[in-house]
Design a protein around this ligand. Structure first.
Ligand code: GLC
Length: 497
């Protein structure tokens, strides 16, 4: 915890990370026209404090829109009840299977929980071939079932009767903890025949088709919810779960009385915001730039997930690529010469953005090597510009994310009017947050700024294996609840047993 506080204080004492780049100065000799183009691309990604405050306010408004019964059907930010109502209390135990589907890899985990002890995990990663991600839905679930069977076989546990927590990281309308309809695919998935269907039913059917597995799915969980749960297990004021990985999304604990899409008004409810869709109704049009529009035009889900497309790992590298193409066209970069890789959508990976920014302190040779992956013969003067572009794109992403977190923090604070000052922890996971060298500090810096004077202090903590431990914890509390209560009603799962 002391380390977390340090991050927050560090952020407070820091100068605005990207500001220096706005008055572009360099040791390299450049013509006024080249300098103009570089400044222009920096400017395209710059958001003033006023703009960020406004984004924060708009996020707050969109959250209200999603929570209210009358406005929910029109809302872009869907604010989906997760049916997780309280956090785990550390007494959960047993063996669980956790499934984790949400990106190009699929994971199966065996999680052993023992009251008061650290969770033990064994897991296996399986690739999700492109043909499965975009092929018939039934086949996708058959593939998952096959991976599970293979995993259990390897552990010699094929005959074990085990409860399953299924982390399914796509927007689902949850009807109860073990029933959820996929609203729409995101992150490049498009398997037909799943949207509008109950994902748990489809998974159960695939298990039945095989006939050799004795598994029972108890909970379907979004990755943000698992992340919050896993973190809350260790840090009691963790009320928010954030993912900044392939996609981005957030969940938080709200009061049931605010969740007007459900009839009950007592207690708390974890809300899966699906904030990636923020802006899909046009409310962010004034801050989106030409690169954002071009990226969206060429995406498989045009017009959707517009906030996510400015923040998450699936898109940051591609935005950088589009800017580099423009600067090459303007003869600012690479002597005006394109490589085939530079011209190819998706080739500039977000991992390169992290590597380039991490390596800038080691001089430009390291960056030259990274750009060589793109078949780009970069001079030092090119490397400097590429680094600026990466920094402009990733800093905007962190700041936009901060505007969202600040809106949530303020909203949570409103639920505790009796407290003058409160602290809360955001449990975070995802490659961008974990691997990018400055994303986490930029995020903390802006959240501090945007929440100043609001009575709430936000800390961040890395959440370990939310999709495994978190999903297992949720399955465990559901299991306990089911065993303890004869009158167990799956419609209203109380996750504290
Ligand atoms: C996408 C999904 C969302 C998930 C996020 C992070 O935005 O729609 O459900 O939480 O990616 O994986």
């Amino acid at each position: 915890m002391s380390q977390l506080k340090k991050t927050t204080n560090l952020a407070k004492n820091m100068a605005e990370p990207c500001a220096s780049k706005m008055d572009f100065e360099s040791a390299f000799k450049r013509t006024p026209s080249v300098i103009f183009h570089i400044k222009q691309s920096m400017q395209d990604f710059h958001l003033s404090d006023e703009q960020l405050e406004s984004v924060m306010k708009r996020m707050g408004q969109e959250m209200d829109k999603g929570l209210h019964k009358e406005t929910n059907p029109m809302a872009s930010v869907k604010m989906l009840p997760s049916f997780v109502q309280t956090i785990a209390d550390g007494t959960e135990d047993g063996m669980f299977i956790a499934l984790d589907l949400g990106g190009t890899n699929f994971r199966v985990l065996l999680v052993t929980l023992r009251a008061g002890e650290k969770a033990e995990m064994d897991s296996q990663i399986y690739k999700m071939p492109q043909g499965i991600i975009t092929g018939p839905g039934d086949k996708l679930f058959d593939h998952i079932a096959e991976c599970m069977a293979e995993f259990l076989h390897r552990l010699d546990m094929s005959d074990k009767h085990l409860p399953v927590g299924f982390t399914f990281s796509f927007p689902c309308l949850q009807h109860q903890l073990d029933s959820a309809t996929l609203i729409t695919w995101t992150k490049g998935f498009s398997a037909p025949g799943v949207e509008g269907k109950d994902v748990v039913t489809m998974m159960r059917e695939a298990i039945q088709r095989r006939g050799d597995l004795k598994l029972e799915i108890l909970a379907l969980v979004n990755d943000t919810v698992g992340t919050m749960m896993s973190c809350a297990h260790d840090i009691s004021d963790c009320l928010v779960g954030l993912i900044v990985g392939t996609g981005t999304n957030c969940c938080y604990m709200d009061k049931m009385k605010n969740v007007q899409v459900l009839p009950e008004s007592e207690g708390d409810m974890c809300i899966n915001m699906e904030w990636g869709a923020f802006g899909d109704d046009g409310v962010l049009d004034d801050i989106r730039n030409g690169y954002d529009r071009e990226l969206d035009e060429n995406s498989v889900n045009k017009g959707k997930q517009l906030y996510e497309k400015m923040i998450s790992g699936m898109y940051l590298g591609e935005i950088v690529r589009l800017v580099l193409c423009k600067l090459t066209e303007q003869n600012v970069l690479f002597n005006g010469e394109f490589s085939d890789n530079l011209k190819t959508p998706g080739k500039f990976e977000t991992a390169y953005v992290s590597q380039i920014e991490r390596n800038v302190k080691n001089g430009f040779t390291a960056i030259q090597n990274i750009l060589y992956n793109m078949d780009l013969g970069a001079m030092h003067a090119d490397c400097e510009i590429v680094e600026y572009v990466c920094e402009a794109v990733s800093t905007r992403a962190a700041y936009l994310c901060a505007a969202g977190i600040a809106a949530i923090a303020r909203k949570i604070k409103n639920n505790y009017p009796e407290k003058d000052q409160m602290e809360l922890t955001v449990g975070v996971d995802g490659t961008v947050y974990k691997k990018h060298p400055t994303f986490a500090t930029n995020l903390a810096f802006k959240v501090d700024q945007l929440t100043e004077g609001s009575g709430v202090t936000v800390k961040f903590a890395l959440s370990y294996d939310g999709s495994g431990k978190g999903a297992a914890l949720i399955a465990a509390v559901a299991d306990k609840s089911r065993k303890n209560s004869k009158s167990y009603s799956p419609k209203r799962v109380k996750t504290d047993g």
